[in-house]
Design a protein around this ligand. Structure first.
Ligand code: AMP
Ligand code: GLY
Length: 631
């Protein structure tokens, strides 16, 4: 961890100091401020330092300052409003250690010019202090104002540039209005520069998941400027495909191997764990990690009961008036069968209360089917001991996802999964055969209702003393124009994650930190507008019996690497240089585009390049059909 000293004065209000303090407390900047030093007693920044419990001093003589900084063993000295000229002696003593922010665009060489984002020449403002510099942007009729962070050198207002920011000048701008906006960019720039400088080898992230959802998380964390390497439990052999950061997998562990996971986290000094899988939530992994001080993004066991105990979840929904189907709960076979007999001719969903890999719900349309479905509940072991008989809600399904920090939430996206194994929504329920993002069924009216449901749920869970932190998944169905909750899940959906996570343009480590620190309202989410379609490539026979395909070779992965498509591995393994089948959903292909038709075409073109030995590849050929029909 780097040691910083911040030099301030009574000039300004210390916003750069505050930005550094915040950057550190959110875990973005891997540093500690060992002292805030002012050249006057009345600097507002001193109050900020005091509030943040940082030691501070006032020093009036320059020579004392050099000695003091040497004694402190400082790594970087950040000028953030210091008024006195830094003497050459100090620059010599601390080469490439004194950071400065200058209200102008410092070029990389003395005779160079920085280009603005629109290609015009940026203004250096050499020798001009803040007010004069801003005035100069306006007087020169520049299109952009800008600031630079640089290492101080013996050349005045020059030195290695560590970062620059730009702000577009508006016709109506005054010095004040332009300065307010530029200042905000400056604060962020200072933070970003420090993040990079203080990063040692980057953060170590651990992702708990083995499938496509884990793969897209690895992809996204891999893009983070904070992240150095990613460990995945259990992961799969295709995890490395989307990132050049180092990926390590633990194929012999389960997502519920909490003891081993905790040991690895300690040994490998993991900075953040993303608990993405439902079994791990039920096993209380987040609680256990938190106990030993390892930050983790995901639901606690208590909050996650909303997924792993469907009977509890339905009761909760009823209590908080969240629209959901009528349900009846049973703990033994006999009572359920008697109930079904008393209500013949009804269409129900019979559901195991516990986790069942998305396969625990059985649709029934007659008494005979109901009885055999109830008898089937045994198959789910402990998960099926309690089961529900639910009113069958006839409607169009969608999923919605919110990032929650315990108190507040932000909806990040919508998707439409295709759960049945075969085209035309026929065949058995699966974990999910493919998805489109932003399905057309989710119109403004639906979005409004979804937000209200999330609000009630987050507030309700808080009231129940199970504050929800992490990603909350709402599986909804639209009956008429009303949203009903089919289920909540305490995690991203799979394959929904594969179309929603790529749309999030924020640094994913920052997203995680906002969730952890209760700062979701401060996170300025950037979501792109692309349409995404993902299709699961599965083993023939999935989800019923696909044991015969295990170990069969997968052909065509190399061809996929050459075209514009994202590959997210799931039930896949490498064996003597070949990729082989290691599960039901083998991998996912995801395409991005403008419209659903064009995007769907891209995915299926890619899909036509692969196969499983013995023609054992199965996939749905109609992912996105509802949206296409609506065109
Ligand atoms: P679940 O096991 O709760 O994830 O349910 C799996 C799938 O079964 C859901 O995605 C729905 O397609 C369907 N389903 C479950 N419960 C109901 C219900 N009460 N009405 C209609 N469809 C349901
Ligand atoms: N795609 C459904 C799920 O993740 O539960």
């Amino acid at each position: 961890m780097k040691k910083l000293v911040v030099l301030i004065s009574n000039k300004g209000s210390g916003t750069n100091l505050q930005a550094i303090i915040d950057g550190i407390s959110f875990g973005k900047i891997n540093a500690k401020i060992i002292s805030v030093i002012s050249d006057t007693d009345n600097a507002y920044g001193l109050i900020r330092a005091k509030k943040a419990n940082i030691s501070f001093k006032t020093i009036k003589k320059r020579d004392n300052l050099i000695k003091l900084l040497q004694n402190l063993g400082v790594d970087y000295i950040c000028l953030a409003g210091w008024k006195q000229i830094i003497p050459d002696k100090m620059i010599r003593t601390f080469p490439n250690k004194i950071l400065n922010i200058h209200p102008g665009l410092i070029p990389d060489s003395l005779d160079g010019v920085v280009k603005n984002p629109d290609g015009t020449d940026g203004l250096w403002n050499r020798g001009k202090f803040t007010q004069k510099a801003i005035q100069n942007f306006l007087d020169s009729k520049a299109t952009y104002a800008g600031s630079s962070v640089n290492f101080l050198s013996h050349e005045f207002d020059f030195g290695q540039v560590l970062g620059r920011c730009f702000e577009r000048i508006k016709k109506v701008d005054t010095v004040e209005s332009l300065y307010v906006r530029l200042k905000k960019k400056e604060n962020k720039l200072y933070d970003d520069v420090l993040v990079r400088l203080c990063q040692e080898n980057g953060k170590t992230i651990m992702v708990i998941d083995g499938g496509g959802r884990g793969a897209v998380l690895v992809d996204k964390y891999g893009q983070s400027k904070y992240v150095g390497r990613i460990l995945v439990v259990p992961g799969n052999d295709l995890m490395q495909i989307n990132t050049n950061k180092k990926v390590m997998i633990y194929p012999n562990l389960k997502t519920t191997s909490t003891k081993e996971i905790l040991e690895i986290c300690k040994r490998e000094k993991v900075d953040l764990v993303d608990v993405a899988q439902d079994n791990a939530v039920e096993a209380g992994l987040v609680n256990k990690l938190t106990k030993i001080g390892i930050p983790s993004v995901g639901s606690t066991k208590d909050a996650g009961q909303i997924e792993w105990d469907k009977a509890w979840a339905r009761k909760f929904m009823k209590k908080y008036q969240i629209p959901s189907p009528v349900f009846y709960k049973f703990d033994n076979e006999k009572d359920g069968i008697n109930f079904a007999k008393k209500n013949p001719g009804k269409r129900w969903f019979i559901k195991a209360s516990g986790l069942a890999e998305g396969k625990g719900a059985i649709a029934v349309t007659s008494l005979n089917e109901a009885i055999s479905a109830i008898k089937e509940m045994k198959r789910f072991g402990k998960s099926g001991r309690t089961y529900l008989i639910e009113e069958w809600l006839e409607g169009e399904e969608f999923s919605a996802f919110a990032l929650c920090d315990g108190k507040n939430f932000k909806v990040v996206g919508y998707a439409q999964d295709h759960k049945r194994a075969n085209d035309g929504d026929r065949g058995p329920n699966t974990g999910g055969m493919g998805c489109v993002s932003n399905p057309l069924v989710v119109n403004q009216n639906i979005k409004k209702q979804v937000k209200e449901i999330f609000r009630k749920t987050i507030n309700g869970l808080k009231k129940e003393k199970r504050p929800y932190k992490g990603v909350l998944y709402l599986g909804g169905t639209v009956v008429g124009s009303e949203v009903y909750v089919i289920e909540f899940n305490a995690r991203w959906g799979d394959p929904e994650a594969e179309v929603i996570i790529p749309s999030i343009q924020n640094d994913f480590y920052e997203v995680g930190m906002a969730i952890l620190n209760g700062k979701i309202n401060d996170l300025r989410l950037k979501i792109d507008e692309k349409v995404r379609v993902v299709v699961a490539a599965t083993s023939r026979g999935y989800p019923v019996d696909y044991s015969g395909t295990k170990g069969k070779k997968i052909f065509g992965i190399e061809k996929l690497k050459k075209i514009e498509i994202k590959i997210f591995g799931a039930g896949i393994k490498e064996n003597n240089g070949n990729y082989v089948v290691n599960g039901g959903r083998v991998l996912y292909l995801m395409a991005e585009g403008k419209g659903v038709l064009e995007t769907q075409k891209k995915v299926y073109n890619a899909m036509s390049l692969i196969n499983i030995e013995g023609n054992n590849l199965h996939y749905r050929k109609d992912i996105g059909w509802r949206d296409i029909q609506r065109l």
